[in-house]
Design a protein around this ligand. Structure first.
Ligand SMILES: NC(=O)c1ccc[n+]([C@@H]2O[C@H](COP(=O)([O-])OP(=O)(O)OC[C@H]3O[C@@H](n4cnc5c(N)ncnc54)[C@H](O)[C@@H]3O)[C@@H](O)[C@H]2O)c1
Length: 346
């Protein structure tokens, strides 16, 4: 018989419902704690989601022997401190992206998980999107031929209130950046997942529309390479479009254009009969089996959490490892470093 497991949510903000949904979908897992340092937030969240225990101090949870795992869903700056404390207390940890705001902290987190024989996972839900998995397979099987270039774009709209009403967004200390480390992160991580490690070649940032409310970048444009293949990237939080990702992978034998917005739309494809057949199969599967997601974050938190639970139970290693998440963080930090040495655009 499977052992029952209990889970805590630390940080009951915007993304927290995806974690409740994910852990609730795992048989034998219950969500036992809602913890938020804002008492009203913790209480309201617990009531809304039917979570029995409420806390305003995450340290209280360290001593709960029944607690198996924790979602760390607070601002970026605190990810490392909380994840390490819970790992040291013997809990398995699922931390939201980005893993940390500092590479040394990310390495300490991975070392701490290993030293305590606990699982640490960093949310990278789009790695689990069936369309992303399919495109990754097509690229790796050579169905697109030699890659010529990849283009990644994210338009998103974050009004002044999104930053003004938050204690951490738009601040260098709390968020560590904006358009790239928060929103663009998903696109960058997905391209790393499909194409492999990325080298930073050039990056520039600009902040104009939101200059009164953020000290971070509203737009970043960059050139990277994946094993020599050029990857261009534009991300912004100041567009009029609420949220639209667009990734184009162009090869000598075929190309695909898709987005990460639920359920993952394939906008364009061309290539061999085999690629056409695989695209048709993926589209038929999407049309019949995809459940609606929670907001534009998609449904794949559920998939990653199922993978996390399976790994905690002693099954196979997770599809995507915390060690690999360091690579995405280092790419993000490398882009910021490069943009700082370039002249910010006015
Ligand atoms: N994977 C995704 O699609 C996705 C989507 C949105 C956010 N995120 C990530 O999730 C994380 C949280 O983002 P959000 O939008 O939910 O933030 P949020 O500001 O809406 O919520 C954060 C909550 O954490 C609480 N908090 C802060 N410090 C705390 C502490 N020490 N103890 C207990 N509670 C504390 C705050 O009071 C707040 O309620 C960020 O890393 C963000 O980048 C990921």
């Amino acid at each position: 018989m499977a052992i029952p497991h209990s889970h805590a949510i630390v940080g009951c903000g915007r993304v927290a419902p995806n974690h409740v949904d994910g852990f609730r979908s795992v048989p034998d897992w219950t969500v036992a704690w809602a913890c938020d340092r804002a008492a009203a937030t913790a209480t309201a969240f617990a009531a809304e989601h039917g979570i029995p225990r409420v806390s305003t101090d995450w340290r209280e949870l360290l001593d709960d022997p029944a607690l198996t795992s924790v979602s760390v869903t607070v601002d970026h700056r605190q990810h490392a401190e909380l994840a390490i404390a819970f790992l040291e207390a013997g809990k398995h940890v699922l931390v939201e992206k980005p893993m940390a705001t500092d590479s040394a902290d990310a390495h300490r987190m991975v070392a701490c998980a290993a030293a305590n024989d606990r699982l640490l996972s960093v949310v990278a839900q789009h790695r689990y999107d069936p369309l992303v998995v399919a495109v990754r397979d097509w690229v790796r099987e050579g169905l697109l031929g030699e890659l010529l270039y990849v283009s990644v774009n994210l338009q998103s709209s974050r009004p002044q209130s999104y930053y003004a009403d938050s204690y951490w967004r738009g601040t260098l200390d709390g968020e560590g950046g904006s358009a790239l480390i928060n929103q663009g992160y998903h696109c960058l991580d997905t391209v790393r997942w499909i194409c492999g490690d990325l080298d930073v070649r050039a990056a520039v940032t600009r902040t104009k529309v939101l200059a009164d409310v953020i000290e971070t970048e509203e737009t970043l444009s960059a050139l990277l390479t994946a094993d020599g293949v050029p990857v261009t990237m534009n991300v912004t939080v100041a567009s009029s479009v609420d949220w639209r990702t667009r990734i184009e992978v162009v090869g000598a034998l075929g190309s695909v254009t898709f987005d990460l917005d639920h359920p993952g739309s394939l906008h364009h494809w061309s290539g061999s009969a085999e690629l056409q057949r695989r695209v048709a199969a993926e589209q038929a599967r999407t049309a019949t089996t995809e459940a609606p997601g929670i907001d534009y974050y998609g449904i794949s938190h559920r998939r990653q959490i199922a993978d996390f639970a399976q790994s905690v139970r002693g099954g196979r290693p997770m599809l995507s490892t915390a060690r690999d998440a360091i690579g995405t963080l280092d790419t993000v930090l490398g882009l910021y470093e490069r943009s700082a040495s370039a002249k910010a655009l006015r």
